[in-house]
Design a protein around this ligand. Structure first.
Ligand code: F3S
Length: 66
């Protein structure tokens, strides 16, 4: 089993802190909401991902087992 980073679209409000902390992992779509860059879901820097998770005011960034 491995882990995958994802954004809960029901929670994301577009604060973009994730993107400013870890632009190599997160993108912002044309509507201003975050997504995990393709190919990065299971290949992200743990430290910056955890920092982004802690800094999202909506708690929209999550890790799940896959
Ligand atoms: Fe959304 Fe949180 Fe990033 S609200 S844009 S996931 S900082």
């Amino acid at each position: 089993m491995s882990q995958e980073l994802y954004i809960d679209p029901k929670r994301c409000q577009g604060h973009a802190r994730c993107w400013s902390i870890a632009p190599e992992t997160f993108g912002i779509d044309e509507e201003g909401f975050a997504y995990v860059l393709p190919g990065r879901e299971g290949a992200y820097d743990e430290e910056s991902a955890q920092k982004a998770i802690k800094n999202c005011p909506e708690r929209a960034i999550k890790v799940r087992d896959v």
